[in-house]
Design a protein around this ligand. Structure first.
Ligand code: HEC
Length: 125
């Protein structure tokens, strides 16, 4: 019986702390663009899906520039008009969908990912 109680207590403690750790991870989900140790953002697996979910209904091939479809997004953005790696915050691909204007907006987490991608050199990765 004593052994059972101990096992139950450990399981309970595990559940309590496990729950906290989970909440903590969810809150920390927004990447910090200013953190030099931030994990590397992948253009193809993290940025392109943002474009596909909320941009390509308008920004598709032959329509509104930049073309943000998966096959063309990188080439389309690989220009000083959209991306400025020496002053990432002034990049049009970051500022245009920001919460100030009437244009479609990034969520806070999406904006942070885009800014981090630019800060890390806007690689085709
Ligand atoms: C409902 C249609 C629509 C959606 C969805 C949309 N846009 Fe746009 N976007 C436009 C239009 C129209 C313009 C041109 C007018 C303007 O500059 O506001 C534009 C302009 C832009 C520009 C500036 C282009 C230039 O060369 O001046 C960028 C960058 C941009 N959008 C990025 C995005 C991103 C990133 C998303 C997704 C988060 C997105 N847009 C979603 C319609 C859309």
């Amino acid at each position: 019986m004593k052994a059972l109680k101990i096992i139950f207590s450990i399981a309970l403690i595990g559940l309590i702390f496990g729950g906290c750790a989970y909440n903590f991870i969810v809150e920390e989900d927004i990447i910090d663009p200013g953190d030099p140790d931030a994990p590397e953002v992948s253009f193809s697996s993290q940025i392109v899906p943002i474009f596909s979910s909320k941009c390509t209904s308008c920004h598709y091939t032959g329509n509104q520039m930049p073309d943000l479809t998966p096959d063309n997004a990188y080439n389309s953005l690989n220009s000083s008009r959209y991306v400025n790696t020496s002053s990432p915050e002034s990049s049009l691909i970051y500022t245009k969908p920001s919460p100030t204007g009437s244009h479609v907006q990034y969520s806070e987490a999406e904006a942070a990912l885009v800014l981090t991608w630019i800060t890390q050199g806007a690689q085709n990765n």
